[in-house]
Design a protein. Structure first.
Lengths: 270, 392
């Protein structure tokens, strides 16, 4: 069977990292502006109730902040969106906490830290904070987290005709695991996408899957050392190759992403 | 929506494969034993797959979770079926969706007990492809030779139910011609001591829906199913995935919604997608963890939504709650009733919870079913319902 057309419209974008706190600020960095002198400490999304926010781990706060920005810029009620959240590495601070505790004599875990350790904690906090009762998926794809998640969400948007929220997030890796999972950067990015026939002015994105067993992530146009480090180390920041296309928004442009060992996905923006 | 189930296999404490599972269900043999997991002295019962320890030749892929996935994949005709599909369509036209909650954290736990004097990972445990949440799919892609899109779903205890929904969508979108969906989770200290911290473990064999139930037993399992678009493979199992529902509770990270609103949504969505009425559902394999809260809320909801002609059971007293593998384990038990014509009983049920009124009993029942359902609910309020039907 021939693949169906996977075409959607981007209605809203959110972004958060150590040197940007919005999509506008990220676009300035992608456009060559110098880094701000001081870095951001960590997002404090007010949508999470204060007592929960204090205990919410960084990946949760990153994902919720970026998701909130995207829904605000799309002007869409968060609860109307079906969600796919992705992190390539998960919450390694909590993995580290649990494994250290369990390797010690007293194996008593904090119940809050335990339930926060599930990979879908950000999706859980998001749906609880916004009253979203639609499906909230939480996936992982290691180095291909971005392409796999875009595919999953664009298929759901096209085949089930659902407006979707896609959130990519990864935070710095705990010290013990750093030699094998080498990410020191904080990054979150969100897209609100709508079925192609929706009445909105946003950029159109189309995905096409092809067989190809020799693919690597494309070079970024940005010359920034910081952006380059994000892109190479943080699995979720692989979305920057798409972000650059959206930021330019001039005519039809494509980017080819590795999808799996034997396939690639081309995203075309118009 | 119509997706054919081409093949399926299950591996748990209740049976190394589907054949052994059918036998355990028939003989009322539970796989639950007193907790003897090394390093854990918790007073509870577990569903351990003893043969996992024999799978120790995975090299850089070694973890208990990967070993259980490998053991499960060797059962029945799975390997033969997948190899045939790869030959027919090409490895890149076969997709893979795995569900797991622990991924390979068992290996990370072990690595932390063997750090060197500088508190660094030792050489044996420097396994980037194992210590990450995508590990189950990375490994199963390696194991099977599948090179098409391979995704891991980690939504706690609904993970490997949701793999069917994603697999079905991938097929409908035409990006692949077949999808291997699976689930795998292994017993480890994180889950035992984690659930213990939430005071959810029972010191006794679990008794889902019983008036005197006092908590859950954890287990480990792997399971696989192969999906294709309806009619494209003459060697189908005679079972179709006809509906699925996915929803969120929007209530609490670890407590189900008190009125089961999210669970209601996922069940009604599955019925709508399959274009079926509640009265047409012959059997529901319930999430039925044996926790006080889940069984009360799920049980009440079932009697609100379904007539008494819909038979129900929880099969968790056979292999325990296998977390991220529970979705596919119970999907397989539910769909297999369409082949065996035997509805499994709700083992260890003596006295139904006084607050509940639903068609559930301890003994099995011979019944030719047409449509069956299964529920899976996870932390974060993540719900999934699957509906399977006999092929027409």
């Amino acid at each position: 069977m021939q693949a169906k057309e996977l075409k959607c419209k981007i209605a809203g974008i959110g972004a958060w990292g150590s040197y940007f706190d919005s999509w506008e600020a990220l676009q300035q960095l992608l456009g060559g502006e110098p880094l701000p002198e001081t870095s951001n400490k960590g997002p404090k999304p007010t949508i999470i109730p204060a007592n929960e926010r204090r205990r919410a781990p960084l990946p949760v706060r990153l994902a919720v902040e970026s998701s909130w920005q995207a829904t605000q810029s799309a002007g869409i009620e968060p609860s109307a969106l079906t969600c796919v959240f992705v992190s390539g590495l998960g919450d390694t601070d909590l993995t580290d906490y649990m494994c250290k505790t369990l390797a010690s004599e007293h194996k008593e875990l904090s119940p809050t830290k335990f339930h926060n350790s599930v990979h879908n904690a950000p999706a859980g906090y998001w749906t609880i904070s916004t009253g979203t009762m639609s499906a909230a998926n939480s996936v992982a794809g290691y180095e291909e987290s971005v392409s796999l998640t875009l595919l999953e969400a664009m298929i759901q948007c096209s085949t089930e005709h659902k407006p979707m929220l896609i959130t990519f997030y990864d935070s710095p890796v705990a010290e013990v695991l750093r030699p094998i999972l080498n990410n020191q950067e904080t990054f979150a990015f969100s897209l609100v996408i709508l079925p192609y026939n929706s009445e909105t002015d946003g950029t159109t994105v189309e995905a096409q899957v092809a067989e190809n067993d020799h693919a690597s992530w494309p070079m970024l146009q940005s010359q920034s050392e910081y952006i380059g480090r994000l892109y190479s180390d943080n699995p979720s920041a692989k979305v920057l190759c798409l972000a650059e296309l959206i930021a330019k928004s001039s005519g039809e442009q494509s980017v080819v992403m590795p999808l799996s060992k034997g396939s690639t996905m081309t995203i075309t923006c118009t | 929506m119509k997706i054919d189930i081409i093949d399926y296999e299950s591996c748990s404490a209740a049976g190394l494969n589907l054949k052994a599972l059918r036998n355990s269900l028939k003989q009322y043999n539970s796989g639950l034993i007193k907790n003897n997991l090394p390093g854990s002295d918790l007073d509870t019962w577990i569903g351990l797959v003893e043969q996992v320890d024999e799978v120790n030749d995975l090299g850089r892929w070694q973890s208990r979770n990967n070993a259980l996935a490998a053991l499960g994949y060797e059962q029945g005709s799975l390997r033969e079926t997948v190899t045939g599909l790869i030959k027919k369509y090409g490895a890149a036209r076969v997709g893979l969706v795995m569900g797991s909650s622990t991924s390979s954290i068992d290996r990370t736990e072990t690595a932390y007990t063997k750090l060197d004097q500088a508190a660094q990972l030792t050489e044996e445990f420097k396994q980037p492809l194992v210590h990450n949440p995508h590990a189950p799919s990375l490994f199963v892609a390696h194991l099977t030779g599948i090179t098409g899109p391979s995704l891991t779903i980690n939504t706690a205890c609904s993970s490997s139910a949701k793999v069917f929904a994603s697999g079905a969508r991938w097929l409908e979108a035409g990006i692949v011609d077949a999808v291997l969906v699976g689930g795998v989770d292994t017993l480890c200290l994180s889950v035992l001591h984690g659930f213990n911290s939430l005071q959810l473990l029972s010191p006794n064999p679990c008794k889902p829906f019983d008036q005197h139930r006092d908590g859950i037993n954890l287990g480990e399992a792997s399971g696989f199913s192969i999906l294709q678009r309806a009619g494209e493979n003459i060697n189908s199992s005679g079972i179709c995935l006809t509906g699925y529902g996915e929803s969120s509770d929007a209530y609490h990270m670890s407590h189900p919604h008190p009125d089961g609103l999210g669970a209601r949504l996922s069940m009604t969505q599955a019925l709508e997608r399959a274009n079926r009425h509640a009265a047409e559902i012959d059997y529901i394999n319930l999430h039925g963890t044996s926790s006080r809260a889940n069984d009360l809320i799920e049980g009440k909801l079932i009697s609100e939504l379904f007539p008494s002609s819909t038979q129900c059971s929880s099969t968790k007293a056979w292999m325990g709650h296998t977390l991220g593998a529970a979705g596919i384990t119970e999907a397989i038990i539910a769909m297999d009733t369409l082949n065996t014509n035997i509805i499994p009983g709700s083992k260890n049920l003596d006295t139904l919870d006084e607050a509940l009124s639903l068609s559930i009993k301890a003994s099995d029942e011979h019944k030719v079913c047409q449509h069956v359902m299964t529920n899976s609910f996870g932390f974060g309020g993540n719900n999934c319902t699957l509906l399977f039907s006999r092929s027409e």
